[in-house]
Design a protein around this ligand. Structure first.
Ligand code: FMN
Length: 192
């Protein structure tokens, strides 16, 4: 099984999301080959007016990343929750690898999904008490929409919330629940 891991944990080793993601990755290390793309190292730029210039060239590395995402059996995306959604750095990266002919194909005025993975695992932590898939969770909402373009059908949430507003005891309780959920996700995969 090919697994692509998109690491958008901006605070890197200081990140709580990074810690949760590393735990999850440790549980699935024997499932197959895990390829990590570090979004902070890539430091993607968002599309600006230059993108529409005649001589604009999409950088080869984004075709390469898009191919790796396209061929993966499972996509894992990990990043903190910012401003009710994905950090713009992560959004810019997804924008850069969302490429016609790779992650989707445009044909006869329609867009056909073109990736192999059926599931995306979205790992995050949120400062406020915001539940997965609630109206305030703009990130999962967007990732589900992106699945309609690329072709994965399910976003599996692995998260805990309230990291910045709760007392330490509550935070630890939520964190432990998330670690248990990580194990449940793995058990469910093993059953499939
Ligand atoms: C720029 C920025 C924007 C944030 N916006 C939100 C937000 O809209 N809602 C929220 O619940 N938490 C927000 N937070 C808090 C983070 O989601 C929270 O601290 C999270 O646990 C950070 O994860 P990390 O430890 O992996 O960096 C924000 C934090 C930063 C730095």
């Amino acid at each position: 099984m090919k697994i692509i891991y998109l690491n958008g944990n901006i605070r890197r080793e200081n990140s709580r999301t990074n810690e949760l993601a590393n735990y999850f990755l440790s549980l699935i290390k024997d499932f197959g080959q895990i390829k990590e793309i570090n979004i902070m190292d890539d430091d993607p730029r968002p599309k600006n007016t230059d993108f529409f210039a005649e001589n604009y060239q999409i950088q080869d590395k984004y075709y390469q990343y898009a191919k790796e995402v396209k061929d993966a059996d499972l996509i894992i995306l990990s990043c903190p929750f910012y401003d009710m959604g994905l950090p713009s750095l992560v959004h810019a990266f997804l924008e850069n690898i969302s490429l016609d002919g790779e992650t989707f194909i445009s044909k006869n005025n329609t867009f056909m999904p073109n990736i192999k993975a059926k599931k995306l695992i979205y790992i995050t932590t949120r400062g406020d008490n915001i539940a997965d898939n609630s109206l305030k969770d703009g990130a999962t909402y967007y990732l589900r929409a992106l699945g309609q373009l690329w072709g994965y059908q399910e976003v599996i949430n692995l998260s805990y919330s309230g990291t910045d507003v709760n007392d330490l005891k509550t935070i630890m309780k939520r964190k432990n629940q998330a670690y248990q959920k990580a194990q449940e996700i793995v058990n469910n995969f093993l059953k499939e």
